[in-house]
Ligand binder design. Structure first.
Ligand code: HDD
Length: 717
């Protein structure tokens, strides 16, 4: 039995119960055709003679090949590559004051969830480590129907109006003439579009930050992005922004590492999520909300309806209201992860939309896309999408209909069916939209309150620690450095100079260019032909919050420094001191981390004490970029490894990526880029046993790992 199954009492999880109806297990069963006919020979097709042609009559061959030929469905137009898991959500205390949503009332109720993480731009088979936003979509199977919170790991979006979404995606996807590059934004069409869309400047800061290269799907925040509404029983509305805060903290890898991981293990995130759950290390997030009274709608320097803006936590704190635990891997990737259909329009009473024009467009797009992806309006009947709430209506028929509706009535009103199914009153749980007053002209236009495209980009940049700023600059140098068209680079430098002069200068320096003295005036392309151009010119509005620690991964003190589930490589060879291996392994495991023995070959190696030590991975398979820290135990080990080029490269790479390196005997370091004589080693996360003043070497190593990376090794820009 899998760990993820052992620890989960499925009988209490209504969705798992529901899915059981469709599960199939061939153990101890005969093989049959789709029609249930027992198959006697699945190895040879029917032929006219042993060496003769195959016969058209062979219905078994035809059925098998036909099914195979149609196994693939179109991949998602965006967010094609994803990984998902089952779990539950539990509210800490009733949210009755703000919302009547049933799943947010009772702390004793565990609502089943299915959560899918994804990259945006790449195809289904692309790498996990692309520099990209990550999708963070949660389907809550509530007793009042499915509620989908379809968010991302950054709180703002590229565009303000859904009508630009196809343009954005066409620009970022591989270029249409040669289908290059895969899962990457570093190409001309993306930056051409961005350089003409100043409203994207805020999210560009996020995407160029290390948030776009997470260490793990379990170590990233999630955001609902749009402002939504909570509606309580008295029909009062509050605006709400949703946040997911990971229990393990928010962490990233470095860009050089990300690119190498893509080569070494392009399933790095998928595997990490899968293994964590299999090992019983269930990932957890807390759900936070920022709640704004209806009366405060116009109180801010930005428009709550503008999806390129966040609400600084200094203005509206995030209140933690519950937790999500993912504790079960899917049984079948296609049936669950691929066929799950999310939709921001799947809501429950107590939650409602706002007029955010991006959200409004999304409300159309998600059902529409399932029709081509899943092929039918009956996609809600697919087990993973099926609600656990009772479902009855007069929708009928269509491709692949599963439900067998009985009776002669499929219309409302009716008398022949006794008027069933009934409509519900509000106090019976019937959904009604919030009765917002709308009194307006029909216009194809945008509010002037959406015109500030730079202030929050500046706020984000200003809020970063210096090292984070450097990483943004380097990311922009990389991305823009790959462009062929000079005019796009220059336009981008002009826009960056509106965010921060030093940022623009530093990026320009890396590109061997100069920031233009008079940048091309950024135009707001959202305006109609007859609009008052002055009114729509992008502007900077003075912000009351100048810097927000919550926006920085390094400054954010609420994010955890635990080393739980971190992976440490033990570089070993013949003669390794077993007592050191054991002591460090025990200490790491106590702290929730795990150790892997890496050696020149698989099988076992003989320790200094004469025992056999089992090897987990050979140097051929392992790579420093797949680990969080490195330990080189003592004994004859150090000597042997000193002449092993793979071991030296392993240590050098860990050093370059600012990871903690622990070592019993420092001789081997003389062969690496590490300066053994430096008195800065300890403060730079190089923990040398024979040199450490701390009596307890293992503790010193584990403490250092709590810092995750030692950025003080990185050169100034
Ligand atoms: Fe979207 C998928 C998140 C804007 C149209 N989107 C999709 C997924 C996520 C998001 C996480 C993957 C769901 C899954 O795992 O199956 N999308 C967002 C966020 C947005 C956003 C946070 C802005 C705040 N999306 C957006 C717009 C449109 C779409 C403006 C179209 C007008 N998104 C889609 C889609 C997808 C999708 C084409 C592709 C596959 C799917 O829906 O089921 O309909």
């Amino acid at each position: 039995m899998k760990n993820s199954e052992k620890n989960l009492d499925d009988s209490k999880n209504q969705k798992q119960e529901d899915l059981k109806l469709n599960k199939s297990d061939g153990t101890n069963q005969f093989m049959t055709t789709d029609q249930g006919l027992k198959i006697n020979n699945d190895t040879n097709s029917l032929k006219a003679g042993e060496r003769g042609p195959s016969l058209l009559e062979d219905f078994i061959l035809r059925e098998k090949i036909t099914h195979f030929d149609h196994e693939r469905i179109p991949e998602r137009i965006v967010h094609a590559r994803g990984s998902a898991a089952h779990g539950y959500f539990q509210v800490y205390e009733s949210m009755e004051k703000y919302t009547k949503a049933g799943f947010l009332q009772d702390p004793n109720v565990k609502t089943p969830v299915f959560t899918r993480f994804s990259t945006v731009a790449g195809s289904r088979g692309s790498t996990d480590l692309a520099r990209d936003i990550r999708g963070f979509a949660v389907k809550f199977y509530t007793e009042e129907g499915n509620y989908d919170l379809v968010g991302n790991n950054v709180p703002v979006f590229f565009i303000q109006d859904a009508i630009k979404f196809p343009d954005l995606i066409h620009a970022v996807k591989p270029e249409p003439n040669n289908e290059m590059p895969q899962a990457a934004s570093a190409h001309d069409t993306f930056w051409d579009f961005i350089s003409l869309m100043p409203e994207s400047m805020h999210v560009i800061m996020w995407v160029m930050s290390d948030r776009a290269i997470p260490r793990s799907l379990r170590m990233m925040e999630g955001f609902g992005v749009h402002t939504f509404r909570f509606i309580n029983k008295k029909n009062e509305s509050h605006f709400v922004k949703f946040h997911w805060k990971p229990k393990l903290g928010t962490h990233a890898v470095v860009w050089d590492e990300a690119q190498k991981i893509s080569g070494k293990n392009s399933d790095f995130h998928r595997q990490d999520l899968w293994e964590a759950i299999e090992n019983g290390n269930y990932p957890e997030w807390e759900l936070g909300v920022q709640i704004i009274p209806e009366a405060d709608e116009h109180k801010f320097e930005f428009d709550l309806l503008d999806p390129t803006k966040l609400i600084p936590e200094e203005l509206v704190p995030v209140t933690i209201i519950g937790k999500m635990v993912l504790n079960r891997n899917p049984d079948n990737f296609f049936a669950e992860t691929e066929q799950v259909a999310f939709h921001p329009g799947h809501i429950v009473p107590g939650i409602d939309f706002t007029n955010d024009p991006l959200l409004q467009g999304r409300l159309f797009s998600y059902t529409d896309t399932q029709l081509s992806r899943l092929g039918s309006t009956n996609f809600h009947e697919i087990p993973i999408n099926r609600t656990i709430a009772p479902m009855h209506n007069n929708q009928r028929d269509g491709h692949m209909r599963q439900e067998i509706n009985i009776g002669r009535v499929s219309y409302h009103p009716n008398s022949l069916g006794g008027g069933c199914p009934f409509q519900s009153k509000i106090d019976e749980g019937g959904f009604t939209s919030f009765n917002e007053r709308i009194d307006a002209h029909k216009v194809r236009d945008r509010s002037e309150s959406f015109s500030d495209h730079f202030s929050q980009a500046t706020l984000f940049f200003n809020s970063q620690a210096q090292i984070e700023k450097n990483h943004i600059i380097k990311a922009l140098r990389f991305e823009l450095g790959k462009l062929e068209t000079l005019a796009i680079k220059t336009r981008m430098l002009g826009l960056l100079s509106q965010i921060d002069k030093t940022l623009a200068d530093k990026v320009a320096q890396g590109l061997g260019l100069k920031v233009p003295d008079t940048p091309e005036k950024p135009m707001n392309h959202g305006i109609g032909a007859n609009a008052d151009k002055q009114k729509y010119e992008p502007k900077k509005v003075i912000q009351s919050v100048k810097s927000s620690d919550a926006l920085s991964m390094l400054k954010n003190k609420t994010l955890s420094n635990t080393i739980a589930t971190r992976q440490v490589a033990f570089l070993c060879s013949e003669g390794v001191h077993q007592a050191s291996v054991n002591a460090m392994k025990t200490a790491l495991e106590k702290a929730g981390a795990s150790a892997k023995v890496i050696a020149p070959h698989l099988g076992t190696i003989k320790t200094g004490e004469g025992n056999e030590l089992t090897v987990d991975q050979s140097f051929l398979i392992a790579s420093s970029v797949l680990f969080d820290a490195v330990y080189i135990p003592g004994g004859k080990n150090s000597g042997f490894l000193s002449s092993n080029a793979d071991a030296i490269e392993f240590i050098n790479e860990a050093f370059k990526h600012c990871k903690v390196i622990g070592i019993d005997e420092f001789e081997i370091l003389n062969k690496t880029n590490i300066d053994v004589k430096s008195d800065k080693n300890a403060e730079q996360g190089i923990i040398i046993n024979s040199k450490t003043t701390d009596k307890n070497f293992t503790n010193a190593f584990i403490d250092a790992m709590g810092h995750h990376r030692f950025w003080n090794r990185e050169a100034e820009l």
